[in-house]
Ligand binder design. Structure first.
Ligand code: ADQ
Ligand code: MG
Length: 222
């Protein structure tokens, strides 16, 4: 996963995944505008393996996270962004700087499928567990980015056993997905959640805490 090569930055002039807009308006008499991005809504799934009492999360190289780190080291990197040319990144940072821990998740881009069906598809593709749609528990939904995208993410909970694992997971290589499945033992999960040296999404932190409040007290005592 960390073999990232031939990095080059260019402006994004059209995209299947995001479209920038500017909304102009008047609020309490004051003229304003706000720039934002239309993106897909998404689902994410907290997966708990009861056979081994661990959470199942994924690790991925995230270009947006990586480029934030690159900018921290090379503040000029995003200059000349209007030029319609590639700017090759010489002497890049290690790809590991852009790898994050996340819940299994996916964008809602298949019309006709319910959120639950999309979520089960992601659990199978990314983590290799076959979970029946009826066994997903909806936790809640929230806005995943209020400043820029406003998109909604719906969070589910799925309990799995080793017997439900039918493949390695890892994502869909034909879509260029390269995902590492990682198990976090329940007993280490709160330390993991607050360890700032392990980059992660808020979904991981929130859902681990939800588990502590809602599921952990009901687990059979060992
Ligand atoms: N900006 C982009 N540029 C190029 N290719 C892209 C792209 N966005 C998606 N894709 C392609 O579409 C695939 C989508 O994969 P997923 O459905 O698993 O979404 P992902 O988990 O990245 O969602 C994630 O995206 C949603 C919405 O942006 C987040 O909210 C969620 O937390 C997060 O997991 C990617 O593998 C890639 O091939
Ligand atoms: Mg995904």
């Amino acid at each position: 996963m960390e073999a990232i090569e031939e990095l080059a930055l260019k402006p994004c002039t059209s995209s299947l995944y995001l479209r920038p807009f500017r909304l102009c308006y008047r609020q309490n008499g004051t003229k304003k505008f706000w720039d934002f991005m239309r993106t897909h809504d998404s689902v994410s799934i907290l997966i708990f393996n009861t056979s081994r009492q661990c959470f199942v999360v994924v690790k991925q190289f995230r270009p947006a996270v990586y480029m934030c780190e690159v900018e921290r080291h090379h503040p000029q990197v995003f200059q000349n962004q209007d030029k319609e040319s590639f700017s090759h990144l010489k002497d890049p940072l290690p790809a590991l700087e852009g790898v994050t821990y996340e819940l299994c998740a996916g964008i809602v881009d298949k019309p006709g499928l319910s959120l639950e069906e999309i979520a089960c598809g992601e659990v199978l593709e990314e983590c290799g567990y076959r979970v029946p749609v009826t066994e997903l528990k909806r936790i809640t939904s929230y806005r995943s980015g209020v400043g820029v995208t406003g998109s909604r993410q719906t969070l589910f909970y799925a309990e799995v056993t080793d017997q439900m694992r039918t493949s390695e997971g890892g994502g869909q290589p034909e879509e260029g997905e390269l995902i590492e499945v990682v198990e976090i033992p329940l007993e280490d999960s709160m330390k993991f959640a607050y360890d700032e040296t392990l980059p992660k999404t808020m979904g991981v932190i929130f859902s681990f805490m939800w588990f502590q409040n809602n599921i952990a007290p009901k687990l059979p005592k060992k």
